[in-house]
Design a protein around this ligand. Structure first.
Ligand code: SF4
Ligand code: SF4
Length: 394
């Protein structure tokens, strides 16, 4: 059986208050969250991303990792880095997992965007402790937007000094983020900071970073609302599974697209079902043009020659012609600079729904929706965490 690339959303509970994501307002009910029995039904994977919400809110995360290790060649956990002791404790038992901590800028900017008191210091301390423990696969993740774009290169340099990976993203709208109004306002300014990052990455001696440069070049293309530089093959050899056991192609769709529920059927039944085929057709016709590492990394492996030729071309220009990368190599950026396309036209190419009210789709189950009638998501998670930590020191 061919190994797949999977993302397991273990919970929709979250303790942060990010400005670009409303997931914290729409938590899943703990009793409904994906069980070890369902995790055991997942197929062999060459890569597994564990994410949330905030995955470390789940007290049985170690049990989940233990099961996933049996079927996955590599595991990376995405976290906001707040629960330092839980992260360290898990890494002691599983030193081979990767950890990506989202840091949204230098201290002031990060704390404003993430809405966590002392969030930057917590995240940074966690990263440093993991490094001291000898964890190899640790790094930063940053979602670039107008507010934090000036921190992009300084943060990359910080990660580089610490010998850590640096993963970037930009604003997306979807049921997963419970958001439909994310948009980059000053594309020239944000693009300029991405351009600087691309040049830093191309200037390094690491082939991995050269490919990251291509990814960031693709992010400039994305914020201008253009067609993806590589096809999107989500749901063909890649999948997401949500806390309810629903298997989906990705986390970028407006509404949740479900291929089948793994609590109710076997993996083979689900993967080969008519419903899964229907969803694959939707993916083939999808025009959302996301550019997130989850969908781009498999595409970069599959269509390796496109990024490889881009890298060779730019390394050649750098070395022989002393020419740096410029975002104006993208036609749309030149057209915008030259006034051939307006901001309104570019806004219309984005997934931002200016007409959408406060209610973006959230993909919650009926029971999870029900609990929101009595309390807000923030209250539910705060009470939940209080009872988890009562009497403990972590
Ligand atoms: S982006 Fe992540 S940390 Fe921030 S609110 Fe959403 S789920 Fe929580
Ligand atoms: S472009 Fe791909 S990742 Fe984005 S919503 Fe469409 S199918 Fe999902």
């Amino acid at each position: 059986m061919k190994k797949l690339n999977g993302t397991v959303i273990v919970t929709y509970r979250c303790n942060a208050r990010c400005t670009m994501c409303n997931r914290y307002k729409a938590p899943s009910k703990p009793e409904e969250e994906i069980s070890i029995e369902t995790i055991k039904k997942l197929p062999p994977m060459y890569f597994t991303n564990i994410t949330g919400g905030e995955p470390f809110i789940r007290e049985d995360l170690k049990d989940i990792v233990r099961e996933l290790q049996k079927i996955s060649d590599r595991i990376v956990i995405s976290t906001n880095g707040f629960f330092t002791d839980r992260i360290i404790d898990l890494c002691k038992e599983f030193p081979n997992v990767g950890i990506r901590i989202s840091i949204e800028g230098l201290e002031k900017t990060n704390n404003e965007i993430r809405g966590l008191k002392d969030g930057f210091n917590k995240g940074y301390t966690t990263l440093k402790k993991l490094r001291e423990m000898g964890m190899k696969d640790v790094g930063f993740g940053m979602t670039v937007q107008d507010k934090n774009a000036p921190d992009l290169v300084p943060l990359y340099k910080l990660s580089d000094e610490m010998g850590m990976e640096f993963a970037t993203a930009s604003l997306h709208n979807s049921f997963y983020f419970v958001e439909a109004k994310n948009i980059i306002k000053d594309r020239m300014m944000v693009g300029q900071h991405f351009e600087d990052l691309v040049n830093e990455l191309l200037n390094s001696n690491s082939p991995k970073k050269w490919f990251r440069a291509y990814f960031n070049h693709g992010l400039i293309n994305y914020i201008y609302g253009q067609k993806r530089l590589l096809p999107c093959d989500m749901s063909f050899d890649t999948f997401f599974i949500d806390p309810y056991g629903d298997v989906m192609p990705c986390n970028g769709t407006k509404e949740k697209e479900v291929m089948g529920n793994l609590n109710e059927m076997s993996w083979d039944e689900l993967w080969n079902s008519e419903q899964a085929e229907k969803v694959r057709k939707i993916v083939r016709n999808c025009d959302r043009n996301c550019w997130m590492i989850g969908s781009v990394s498999p595409a970069m492996h599959k269509y390796i020659w496109t990024p490889a030729l881009w890298v060779i071309h730019h390394k050649f220009l750098r070395f022989w012609k002393k020419k740096k990368y410029s975002m104006f190599e993208l036609k749309v950026v030149r057209d915008y600079r030259d006034g051939k396309v307006t901001k309104q036209e570019l806004d219309a190419c984005s997934t931002c729904d200016f007409r959408c009210g406060a209610t973006a789709s959230n993909g919650l189950s009926e029971a999870s929706m029900q609990q929101l009638k009595e309390k807000s998501g923030e209250e539910i998670v705060a009470e939940d965490l209080k009872s988890q930590f009562e009497g403990k020191n972590d």
